[in-house]
Design a protein around this ligand. Structure first.
Ligand code: ASP
Length: 391
């Protein structure tokens, strides 16, 4: 039995009595019950309320003796790879986010259980540069006890197609359990997945998708909106994704995931940086920040991806910042208290001003990096579990 169920049932006597004792909505307690975990920020309140029921809880009581398995969240996660948000249904996403949340709590409190990936090998194969994503997978794998190696393969030496398949054969011969792959060509991780016998995680492919970024962004949002007694729901939030959407795999994965989670998604950018098929993405499209940001709860800024542009998509960086960069004036068009995200790396003064990026009251950018490690631990854990269960 999960620890949240035993706290809610055995100490408080069920969901409704727990909701009354904690002065929270029954749906919030139901969420903890279903997830199997209680978010860390609520532990002090739960410990305090448990005292009136003659129970003295300590932070250790908020950890199950063993890491949860993806099926302990009430649904059997059965995906072998993490290639695109399209491959997942809502229950898969809920399972992954719950595991990410579990590791977020665990990372803060005590060292994680290194047996989850013990004896397994994780290889990071990055054909494109990365700081955050690669290090985050490396740390996530090590925290779970895997043997981790990272290979940087200069894209200049890669000829698409044949070389990628050669690389697949070489990697397969090393018998990894999980490969994380970043590649400049859309679809490359999916092609590799067909040629190797292990799990493959897409760590960003061309302008196609970056599913683990979207998952970590969703987890960051849930955490941020659960602060100060919020319900942590993404459902109903108005979220603007702004800037260079044309070249952004982050935008594509986020649009899919945020739509699935019930957000109202807007894209804001100059016509030259919006894909021609964006009107079929299930979003509202705006070209100016003033109308686009109206009533937005969250503003997700994107990097101007100059390395993917051959030709001039914007007149100048200065002009781009003037019309599309996020500064205090444009932030003022959004809802009061709107939160700002950016997947990094940032072009300060091009798509976002430093005073916004560095303001802890409004910027979630550092939290995105922290959450990224926990979310990737959750993804690695889920895939490894599927492998262990395979006949
Ligand atoms: N780090 C993200 C990516 O790999 C965003 C960016 O590079 O701008 O797509």
């Amino acid at each position: 039995m999960s620890y949240s169920k035993s706290i809610i049932d055995d100490i408080f006597g069920g969901i409704r009595p727990a909701a009354r004792a904690l002065d929270k909505a029954a749906t919030t307690i139901q969420g903890w019950y279903d997830a199997g975990t209680i978010p860390q920020k609520h532990w002090p309140d739960v410990m305090e309320a448990a005292k009136s029921f003659n129970h003295h809880l300590t932070p250790d009581d908020f950890f199950p003796s063993q890491a949860p398995s993806p099926s302990s969240f009430g649904y059997a996660f059965d995906k072998m790879h993490c290639l695109s948000i399209d491959d997942f249904h809502r229950p898969d996403i809920e399972t992954l986010l719950s595991l990410g949340e579990y590791y977020l709590d665990l990372n803060v409190q005590k060292s994680p259980d290194r047996s989850v990936l013990k004896g397994k090998t994780l290889i990071n194969v990055f054909f494109e540069n990365s700081t955050r994503t690669e290090k985050s997978f490396e740390l996530a794998g090590k925290r779970l006890g895997a043997d981790v190696i990272s290979m940087q393969i200069a894209s200049s030496s890669v000829k698409k197609g044949e070389t990628l398949l050669d690389t697949a054969a070489t990697l397969n011969a090393m018998n990894p359990d999980i490969l994380t792959v970043r590649h400049g060509s859309s679809g490359a991780p999916a092609l590799l997945a067909q040629k190797v016998s292990c799990s493959v995680i897409n760590a960003g492919d061309g302008i196609h998708e970056h599913p683990t970024q979207a998952l970590l962004d969703a987890l960051t949002l849930r955490q941020a909106f659960a602060r100060d007694g919020g319900d942590g729901q993404i459902d109903g939030l108005r979220i603007a994704i702004c800037g260079d959407i044309l070249h952004s795999r982050v935008a594509r994965s986020n649009v899919k995931l945020l739509n699935m989670l019930g957000a109202e998604v807007r894209l804001i950018g100059p016509p030259t940086l919006l894909p021609i098929d964006a009107d079929r993405w299930g979003v509202d499209i705006f070209h100016d920040m003033k109308t686009g940001l109206k009533g937005c709860d969250v503003i997700m800024m994107l990097r101007l991806q100059l390395e993917r542009m051959n030709g001039a998509f914007v007149p100048s960086k200065r002009e781009y910042f003037h019309f599309h960069g996020l500064d205090r004036t444009k932030l003022g068009y959004a809802k009061d208290g709107a939160l700002v995200m950016h997947p990094g790396p940032m072009n300060r003064g091009v798509e976002i001003s430093s005073d916004i990026a560095d303001d802890p009251e409004i910027s979630l950018i550092t939290q995105q990096v922290e959450t990224g490690v926990a979310m990737r631990m959750g993804i690695l854990h889920a895939l490894s579990d599927v492998q262990d269960k395979a006949p």
